[in-house]
Design a protein around this ligand. Structure first.
Ligand SMILES: *Cc1c(COP(=O)(O)O)cnc(C)c1O
Length: 401
């Protein structure tokens, strides 16, 4: 018998849960896109988009997903034949590198594997070796959603400065914006990309590129920036339609306005803290489960290197897939597949999953998901250590990581 009827919980790392407030805000007919309230509402988005990124710089909006945000950044940062240095700690860093390569950019990848953080001395060495300054930008994920490794952006900036290299720093915050602490200006980030369907709690369809004045001055020369991808007219439009190089994504904009209101009402530091506490509850549960079965464990051993919005874990094949199926069919909780750990045709693939704690999530949702996982471990006879739910509840009771 299934106990899944009731409100389902999609606990995958994007798209995330859409708040009812956002859904209601989107439910409107088409507005006039030439004059009237929409124009003022869009103007009101900019201060909040800057605030959530921690920047006083420029913002370009696109109709697109995260992959489009990568291409937007590539198109404005590089000329054909320029070089990019990419730090990869999982599938998403490698995919950004692929998108750059496909656009005719020469790419040097520093691949740190799938479960260790980036080694900044290797970055510094690679930049020092580039004495002709062919590398125009360093690209990295803040949180790689596949491995769930968080990259220490201030340390990366320090390594770039130590090398005395003029490359710009571009960071993918698609999985972390509005979840994990990020301070674009304070951390010396020149370009940051995100999409709306993760921490920004809006259905997939909008992408954003924030860029510094230094990046803007550099980008004037890019021969990859076609009219659609050029960030200049979008960030400093002479006409309203320049913001999207065409028709505005009207429903998404209403949703985004509401989501940014929700973030502002809660307070960005509180949003970060909520994610950190809920992540810590998940980690406490895993520590207990794995104590009774070494096949169970989190992908990232040091909590300092774990993202606050999603946790990648292993259960030993085929138990991760069995557990995901059970949680969805018997209890209405959908967990994320493991990504980039093993090909989907490899039996090892069925040993990995991810638990999202991203965006519009609160204590009862995270504790509920963990309790469902615990029930699934029992129902499926997967050996595991005891005390996971009590440990998670204690983190929530303490209200601190
Ligand atoms: C989700 C995600 C992407 C890809 O976004 P899409 O909307 O699926 O194209 C890229 N980078 C990171 C870090 C992500 O989490």
């Amino acid at each position: 018998m299934s106990l899944a009827n009731g409100r389902p919980y999609l606990a995958i790392p994007g798209p995330s849960v859409i708040p009812d407030r956002v859904l209601r805000a989107m439910h409107q007919g088409s507005p006039n896109i030439y004059e009237g309230p929409l124009i003022d509402m869009v103007a009101s988005l900019y201060p909040d988009l800057r605030a959530v990124a921690g920047t006083s710089g420029h913002v370009a909006m696109y109709i697109g997903n995260g992959h489009s945000a990568w291409e937007a950044a590539n198109a404005n940062l590089f000329n054909r034949g320029d070089k990019a240095l990419v730090l990869a700690v999982g599938q998403f860093g490698l995919s950004w590198a692929n998108s750059a390569r496909a656009m005719g950019i020469e790419v040097e990848v520093l691949d740190f594997g799938k479960s260790a953080p980036a080694d900044m001395t290797r970055v510094e060495d690679a930049l020092r070796a580039d004495s002709g300054h062919r590398i125009k930008a360093v690209l990295t994920t803040h949180v790689d959603t596949a491995s769930t490794i968080k990259t220490d952006i201030p340390s990366l900036r320090a390594a770039m400065d130590a090398a005395g290299h003029p490359a710009l720093l571009a960071v993918d915050c698609i999985a972390s914006l509005g979840c994990d602490e990020f301070r674009m200006d304070d951390w010396g980030v020149d370009v940051m990309v995100a999409a709306c369907q993760k921490g920004l709690m809006t259905p997939p369809g909008m992408a954003f590129v924030w860029f510094s004045e230094a990046a803007r001055l550099r980008s004037g020369k890019s021969d990859l920036a076609t009219p659609y991808w050029a960030w200049g007219p979008r960030a400093e439009p002479e006409e309203f339609w320049h913001i999207w190089d065409g028709t505005a994504p009207t429903s998404h904009l209403y949703g985004l306005r509401e989501a940014l209101d929700m973030i502002r009402e809660e307070g960005l530091p509180n949003v970060w803290r909520r994610h950190h506490v809920l992540a810590s509850a998940v980690w406490a549960a895993f520590d207990c489960w794995s104590a009774g079965n070494p096949a169970i464990g989190m992908n990232v051993s040091d909590p300092a290197h774990r993202g606050w919005s999603v946790t990648a874990a292993r259960f030993g094949a085929p138990h991760a897939t069995r557990l995901r199926d059970w949680c969805e069919k018997q209890a209405g909780v959908t967990l994320g597949i493991g990504l980039g750990m093993a090909p989907s045709t490899d039996p090892a693939y069925h040993g990995f999953l991810r638990v999202a704690h991203m965006g519009h999530v609160n204590a009862h949702m995270t504790l509920g998901a963990l309790a469902v996982m615990e029930a699934g471990l029992h129902a499926l006879d997967i050996p595991h250590g005891e005390g996971a739910l009590a440990a998670a509840a204690q983190v929530v009771a303490k209200g601190a990581p």
